[in-house]
Design a protein around this ligand. Structure first.
Ligand SMILES: Nc1ncnc2c1ncn2[C@@H]1O[C@H](COP(=O)(O)OP(=O)(O)OP(=O)(O)O)[C@@H](O)[C@H]1O
Length: 116
């Protein structure tokens, strides 16, 4: 139980830090909160609601991991290094994939809701 509490506290600290310092995390956390409300209006059933909110939650999770990678890379060196550039580009690509997934499910579900 103590281990669970400690893990929960660490996660809360990470979320608080990212929310304070990372603009992209703030934007995506707010989008997740608003998206959870909007999804209730456009999702035809509970599984569809989970897909819409899950896609936004995945985007936020990947953004948090990307932030962690960037911080670690900057801790290793602030010098321009091709290998660090590749590491950061890979993190950025992961976020892009999640953005594409969100565009697909949200546009698809909104079109379905509007067109019937
Ligand atoms: N130390 C470095 N060496 C080589 N290339 C780097 C280095 N730091 C950043 N880059 C390149 O610049 C890009 C942007 O890096 P940066 O650290 O500014 O992240 P960002 O995408 O602007 O994110 P954020 O605004 O959240 O910090 C990277 O994807 C990478 O291509």
């Amino acid at each position: 139980m103590t281990r669970w509490l400690s893990a929960f506290r660490n996660s809360a600290n990470g979320l608080r830090w990212a929310f304070r310092h990372e603009c992209a995390v703030r934007e995506e956390a707010i989008t997740l909160a608003l998206g959870a409300l909007l999804a209730a209006l456009i999702a035809p059933d509970f599984p569809s609601y989970c897909v819409l909110v899950g896609a936004l939650a995945l985007l936020l999770a990947v953004e948090l991991l990307n932030t962690a990678i960037e911080k670690l890379a900057d801790f290793i060196t602030l010098e321009r290094q091709p290998a660090i550039g590749v590491v950061k580009d890979l993190g950025s690509a992961a976020v892009f994939v999640m953005l594409a997934l969100n565009a697909l499910v949200w546009i698809g579900m909104a079109a379905r809701a509007l067109l019937g």
